[in-house]
Design a protein around this ligand. Structure first.
Ligand code: DGL
Length: 254
């Protein structure tokens, strides 16, 4: 009986790392739906039933006690449907507009996310709720999640071409806080900070891990092997070892 942490690729491993720091040894299993990556470029009407199917298969296979949707693109479209379909606690992940707005002095904040997350009405509702007095510039891009996947596998990456359109938008020059609305971007934080160290970059991995621990407090989790499954290409064991996860056979989604 473990918790299931889910993403379209390596992004949710940032949440796993934060969980490992806060609660070492927590029984968890990771699922990367990398056979369908990138979620951010998929149409909503295909993505929603796909996520319900994959999570359904994973729940049947792993019998988790709770599920962390460590993916903004999936959370912003599928959380209500998942909660309705499966009688388990679901913890989601949304762009940290609230913390970015709380730190901004210029009242001009940025959001970096996938194209799908940027076009979702959910983003507007977060802005209305948490940053009503801010100018919010959002950039949706497929490039950064891909760069994060490449960096994770050892490549040197340059984020400047992908990020700079945010600053060339009208008003972009006054941005002093950026909400990272895609879990993959946790792995690009050093590059973002090297590019603009005068900006506060807000990564939700730690808050999502804290929220997870709060929600699972009352559950009784038993010892379980910590495993990782993919729906596509397997992630090499040496890349999973720092997260205390062992690779298992792929999850069949058909
Ligand atoms: N990690 C995912 C997120 O948080 C998105 C990456 C993708 O496009 O699949 O939105």
């Amino acid at each position: 009986m473990a918790i299931l942490v889910f993403d379209s690729g390596i992004g949710g491993l940032g949440v796993v790392a934060a969980l490992n720091d806060l609660a070492p040894g927590l029984p968890l299993t990771y699922l990367a739906d990398n056979g369908f990556f990138p979620y951010g470029e998929r149409p909503d009407e295909i993505l929603l039933p796909h996520i319900l199917n994959v999570i359904g298969k994973a729940i049947a296979r792993e019998q988790p006690e709770a599920v962390v949707i460590a993916c903004n693109t999936a959370s912003t479209i599928a959380l209500p449907a998942l909660r309705e379909a499966f009688p388990l606690p679901f913890i989601g992940c949304v762009p940290p507009i609230k913390t970015a707005a709380a730190t901004s002095l210029t009242r001009s904040i940025g959001v970096l996310a996938t194209a799908a997350t940027v076009r979702r009405p959910y983003l507007n509702s977060l802005i209305t709720r948490f940053a009503p007095d801010c100018r919010v510039l959002a950039l949706g891009t497929p490039a950064l999640a891909l760069l994060a996947e490449q960096k994770f596998r050892g490549a040197q990456v340059d984020v400047s071409d992908a990020v700079s359109p945010l600053f060339t938008q009208s008003g972009g020059e006054s941005i002093d806080a950026i909400a990272l609305g895609c879990t993959h971007y946790t792995f690009l934080l050093p590059e973002f900070m090297a590019m603009r160290h005068d900006i506060s970059w807000h990564d939700p991995a730690l808050p999502v891990a804290r929220q997870t621990l709060k929600i699972i407090e009352s559950l009784s989790l038993s010892e379980a092997p910590r495993t990782a499954r993919c729906t596509g290409e397997t992630i090499a064991p040496h890349l999973l070892a720092p997260f205390a996860l062992a690779p298992m056979a792929p999850l069949k989604t058909e």
